[in-house]
Design a protein around this ligand. Structure first.
Ligand code: 13P
Ligand code: ZN
Length: 269
């Protein structure tokens, strides 16, 4: 029997959340990650039996039968590497679409992140947009948070400000960022609102809280958030200074053309 602790996806998950902590994006229990797994592959690791059934408090019928590795609620990313089975879990969405069947992890009797609604509802949105999407990632990067206090929350303007901060931004997130105003976290309502945004693009800022990213693998999703956070850092460094130079819209168009990406419709003048 193969050991789940040596599975490629477990190792990548541990490395990713450790790195997120190292970047200062996940103080205390801040942040959560969910990774869509190949449910059939789990049999190779002996993960077939339901250890516990945990109600989710919302319904995601299109995900029935799908399995996810999900960080635990209240768990610290800095600790995941030392006890993965305590801090992570693998759940399979039950046939009724409303319960999670625990296959592994949360070994202290814990459960999945309080942000499961935003995660699973966003998986539904992203899978509809890109069947290869596997990851939803949430964290609290300092400069994205700071920017959400001093920049208008209009998502076109927010995206344009970020695109102008580094040449690579247009290449990495041509689909832009969506922005939600402050909302109570850990609720179905913020889950629904996030998933609605995630239909159009892979990044959603939660004002005065953090960011959600989506991608085909952990590296890609990490890189997406890393790039936005860097752009937000430059923005915060220069926001109070007279700006003498910028990247113009015709130059942003040139970048998009050269790298073969399509900027979000209507976001360039
Ligand atoms: P959890 O500990 O429930 O994952 O919550 C952390 C968080 O970032 C809430 O938005
Ligand atoms: Zn959070």
């Amino acid at each position: 029997m193969k050991d789940i602790l040596n599975a490629r996806f477990t190792v990548e998950m541990i490395r990713t959340v450790t790195n997120m902590y190292a970047h200062g994006w996940d103080e205390r229990n801040g942040g959560n990650v969910s990774l869509l797994l190949d449910a059939a592959e789990l049999e190779d690791y002996g993960l077939v039996k339901t250890l516990r059934t945990i109600p989710m408090g919302f319904s995601a019928p299109s995900l029935a039968g799908k399995a996810f590795m999900v960080t635990g609620t209240g768990k610290y990313f800095k600790n995941v590497q030392y006890d993965p089975e305590l801090n992570l879990g693998i759940i399979r969405i039950a046939r009724n679409g409303c319960d999670a069947e625990l296959l592994w992890g949360y070994s202290d009797g814990g459960k999945f992140t309080s942000e499961l609604p935003a995660h699973l509802m966003s998986h539904v949105s992203r899978l509809a947009a890109d069947p290869k999407n596997r990851v939803i990632m949430h964290c609290h990067p300092n400069n994205i948070l700071a920017m959400s206090f001093v920049h208008k929350l209009d998502e076109r303007e927010f995206t344009r400000s970020l695109w102008r901060m580094c040449t690579e931004c247009m290449v990495v997130f041509p689909d832009g960022v969506s922005v939600l105003p402050w909302m109570l976290c850990g609720t179905n309502e913020i889950g629904i609102a996030t998933a609605e945004k995630m239909r159009a693009n892979r990044l959603t800022v939660w004002a005065q809280h953090g960011i959600y990213g989506a991608g085909r693998d952990l590296d890609e999703t990490f890189g997406l958030i890393e790039t936005v956070e860097k752009a937000a850092e430059i923005y915060m460094k220069i926001a109070h200074l007279p700006v003498l130079n910028t990247i113009r819209d015709d130059e942003l168009r040139l970048i998009a053309k050269h790298f073969g990406v399509t900027p979000r419709d209507g976001y360039l003048d």
